[in-house]
Design a protein around this ligand. Structure first.
Ligand code: PLP
Length: 389
């Protein structure tokens, strides 16, 4: 086997997996790995989840795709379930996180044009990640993602994450702001938690200026933080929510949910997707929601607390660790120095994890962990970090 026929867009590790079960993966040599990354917050129910597997197999034998030229009852049912769970009114379906955010960006621009704005502008954050399409990489606050793809799109203005005053200044200076697009907790940015009251303060600003508050919950959604959506830890409701990654446990899907005045902005002919919300993806998402709503996202809360406090204890006094932070099963361990070899050392020890921003160890384990598996994860991670030079 060789990867010579692939565009070299990824720095892949030298391992390939053949099958999985729960939190475990088995490679082509028969070696077992503890998967504390879940395909980057995707397989939250673990691998080969029986409920999702049955739903996908049944749907594959029944009907996979018809296009959005016709009604799709499973998509309608999924839209109702998601809107109900998120306190939103309407859904648009695509196939990825980037597409969900594209839909939100288009929605915000159209909302602006309907108000007579010529250059509708969206406030985005430093350190944000929203995807790799042209609009979403422009919204992303990371030069590495943008470099070489200029010209970037117009219509974005950036503020430091967590800084309400900076957004207030933008409100004073910029005439045609229509929306804020942001992650409730920054994932790729290094599990960055905003200060208390941040979402509430931005909600107030949005209300004062009739901006849309658009939350990218592609990583924080799907129960990962201990609520189905991260904003449900607060008292506010956004106008737009984007969801992808974990909502169909590995079957590609992206959703843009909208509420109130945002719900009816996109109309006939404004947006579309051939695959979006097809019967296969909808069936997988419905089965995933069944499991998440059956007590699993609440479990993410207690598992997260158990793992974070276990790590605090096991790494107490370690001068390699600056901070352990996160919410639910979105956990970051900020190291005092970059650890370029850590992902490989973890792999060699039979553990899959990720390091983002060079020195934040990121754990995104599945929500189905047993307590014993959670404790095993703490032990494995602490051992690796303690062994750093
Ligand atoms: C992963 C991610 C995206 C992009 O999702 P894709 O499915 O890779 O397009 C967007 N926003 C956030 C917060 C993400 O974590």
């Amino acid at each position: 086997m060789t990867d010579a026929a692939l565009m070299q867009t990824y720095g892949r590790l030298p391992v390939a997996f053949e099958r999985g079960e729960g939190a475990w993966l088995v490679d082509t040599e028969g070696r077992r790995y503890f998967d504390a990354l879940c395909g980057i917050a995707v397989c939250g129910l673990g691998h080969a989840h029986p409920g999702v597997a049955d739903a996908v197999a049944h749907q594959a034998r029944t009907l996979v795709h018809t296009s959005n030229l016709y009604r799709i009852p499973l998509q309608e049912k999924l839209a109702e379930r998601l809107c109900h769970a998120a306190s939103m009114d309407k859904a648009f379906f695509g196939n990825s996180g980037a597409e969900a955010n594209e839909a939100a960006i288009k929605l915000a621009r159209l909302y602006g044009h309907k108000r007579g704005y010529k250059q509708p502008t969206i406030v985005v954050m430093e350190g944000a990640f929203h995807g790799r399409t042209m609009a979403t990489l422009t919204a992303t606050g990371n030069r590495k993602v943008q470099a070489g793809f200029e010209p970037l799109l117009k219509g974005f203005v950036r503020a430091p994450f967590g800084d309400v005053e900076a957004v207030r200044r933008i409100a004073g200076n910029q005439q045609e702001v229509v929306a804020i697009l942001m992650e409730p907790i920054q994932g790729e940015g290094g599990i960055q938690m905003p200060p208390g009251g941040y979402l509430e303060a931005l909600r107030t600003l949005c209300d004062e200026h009739e901006w849309l508050l658009m939350l990218d919950e592609v990583q924080t959604g799907s129960g990962r933080t201990g609520r189905l959506f991260a904003y449900q830890h607060s008292s506010i409701l956004p106008d737009v929510v984007t969801v992808a990654k974990g909502i169909a446990n590995g079957v590609p899907i992206g959703v843009c949910l909208a509420r109130g005045k945002a719900a009816d902005v996109l109309g006939p002919g404004n947006h579309g997707s051939t695959f979006g919300g097809n019967p296969l993806a909808a069936a997988a998402a419905l089965a995933t929601l069944d499991a998440l709503e059956d007590g699993l996202y609440a479990r993410a809360d207690s598992l997260g607390t158990r793992i974070r406090s276990g790590l605090e204890e096991a790494l107490a006094g370690s001068n390699q660790v600056v901070e352990i932070r996160g919410r639910g099963l979105m956990i970051g361990i900020e190291l005092s120095a970059p650890a370029p070899g850590l992902v490989r050392q973890a792999l060699d020890s039979g553990l899959l994890l990720n390091v983002t921003q060079e020195r934040v160890v990121r754990l995104l384990p599945p929500l189905i962990l047993t307590d014993a598996e959670a404790d095993d994860l703490v032990h494995r991670v602490a051992t690796l970090i303690r062994a750093l030079p």
